[in-house]
Design a binder for this molecule. Structure first.
Ligand code: SF4
Ligand code: SF4
Length: 449
């Protein structure tokens, strides 16, 4: 907790005030000290008037001596850098950019997959690079695409080879797949060290099949559902993702009920995520359907209000609000929300190196090669590694920085032309929606001491 060194107490830079639904009370949260409380109307007035004459304001970090607060910020920042050094690293490997699906919103649809197939030599070179560059680090692999689980025999052999080589090195592998060929791959997956399989369902049969058909237009829902059933029966973890926009969000209650009825949600091996459909690099074919972040969370909160069973399927984070609701305190301060070139790297079957899944496959984002020879663009890599809220002018001044973390480097670069620029997140608006969804005016986020 903050200490006073004789100066006047001031409002902490990191306070966030959130209104509560149908109430005159407000929630106050502090993203540096991790505290949160509900303020009654007298306390709100005292706060507005800077009257911090009860110890609670200082004890909870809402009123501080700015110099001590800066010291606490520095202390936590140094801890963050230390901890990131020992964080687990996620190594994406793209065995192909080809895909058997023709999703209406695919951001890779403009990429032209090369005809070259992944070879065992590239896989060997990948693991040799990983062993040398990330020696002594905790790490795991993730197969990504395109579609990493394509059906040809040659492709299945190379995926099986990759999984065996990962296993030899005690590395787990996650797989991000459209889920169409899970049944065919099951024998290979059962023998591998699989962390989880991420599969996408965008709604119930009709909606999903319209959004995520095979290239020839056939539906894919039934095959994916059968694949999920088989994975769970085989004790393999499933991370079910729904990519959401205005044209499918109303199917969420039905998909949630479907997952509940299937017994998926009662399995400890099953988890979910909602992805916002957004413009990453190029114009979407159907961009009117895209949500802003705030509108997506607002519609989600309304749906949860009407269909509370959605929470059994997925509990949205609303930035820190879900964690506060579940743990009674905010998550650790977020000094950087972009793991690219720090705890995330991406590699492709052509031997190229990229920062992450947002940039993988983009020619102008290549950072080097691991095959046939090793080369690295050290300066650009350092620029990625240096990006955090202290490297970006606007973020240094931002009172929401420790929740936002500066956003996504790739989106920032796409919008502003430079990596060390902000990708602002509507933290205040989304947290307000979350506070309305998870808290009422008689919920106390944490016990006042
Ligand atoms: S650039 Fe964006 S997608 Fe890539 S690691 Fe950073 S936050 Fe993630
Ligand atoms: S990206 Fe924008 S909202 Fe996020 S910390 Fe930086 S200035 Fe604040």
């Amino acid at each position: 907790m903050p200490e006073r060194n004789g100066n006047m107490l001031k409002k902490s830079k990191y306070n966030i005030l959130l209104p509560l639904k149908n109430s005159e009370k407000k929630m106050i949260a502090n993203s540096l000290y991790g505290t949160a409380d509900i303020l009654d109307t007298d306390e709100i007035t005292a706060y507005r008037e800077n009257r911090f004459d009860t110890p609670i304001w200082m004890e909870r970090g809402y009123a501080v001596d700015p110099e001590s607060e800066q010291q606490e910020f520095q202390r936590q920042y140094m801890n963050f850098l230390d901890e990131r050094d020992s964080d687990e690293i996620q190594l994406f490997f793209v065995p192909t950019y080809a895909c058997n699906f023709g999703c209406e919103y695919c951001y890779q649809y403009e990429y032209t997959p090369s005809k070259i197939e992944t070879t065992t030599s590239v896989v060997d070179a990948f693991f040799a690079y990983v062993e040398k560059e990330f020696a002594g680090k905790r790490k795991y692999c993730t197969l990504f695409g395109g579609e990493p689980l394509l059906p040809s025999d040659a492709h299945q052999r190379v995926i099986a080879y990759f999984l065996t080589e990962a296993d030899k090195r005690n590395l787990e592998t996650a797989i991000v797949t459209n889920g169409y060929h899970l049944s065919a791959y099951l024998p290979v997956l059962q023998n591998a060290r699989i962390r989880e399989i991420q599969v996408t369902l965008d709604g119930m049969r009709d909606i999903h099949n319209r959004r995520r058909p095979l290239k020839n237009g056939s539906g894919t829902f039934d095959e994916i559902v059968a694949g999920i059933d088989q994975l769970l029966e085989a004790n393999i973890s499933v991370n079910l993702r729904m990519v959401v926009d205005r044209s499918n969000i109303n199917d969420l209650p039905k998909l949630a009920q479907f997952a509940i009825d299937k017994g998926w949600t009662s399995s400890s091996l099953f988890k979910t995520q909602l992805g916002r459909n957004y413009e990453l690099h190029s114009c979407q074919k159907n961009s009117e359907a895209l949500y802003s972040r705030v509108q997506m969370y607002a519609d989600l909160a309304d749906l949860i209000d009407t269909y509370p069973h959605i929470l059994q399927f997925h509990k949205p984070s609303f930035h820190f609000v879900k964690a506060l609701h579940e743990n009674g305190e905010l998550p650790a301060a977020l000094f950087d929300s972009c793991p690219g070139c720090k705890t995330e790297w991406a590699f492709d079957y052509q031997g190229k190196i990229f920062s992450c899944t947002a940039t993988v496959g983009k020619a102008d984002e290549q950072l080097g090669t691991f095959y046939p020879t090793v080369s690295k663009q050290e300066e650009t890599i350092l620029e990625w590694q240096d990006r955090d809220i202290l490297a970006i002018d606007k973020c240094r001044e931002c009172h929401l920085a420790l929740v936002c973390g500066g956003g996504c480097g790739s989106l920032a670069k796409n919008s502003n032309g430079a990596l060390h620029t902000p990708d602002c997140r509507p933290v205040q608006e989304i947290a307000e929606i979350g506070a309305g969804a998870y808290f009422s005016d008689n919920t106390q986020p944490v016990e006042k001491k």
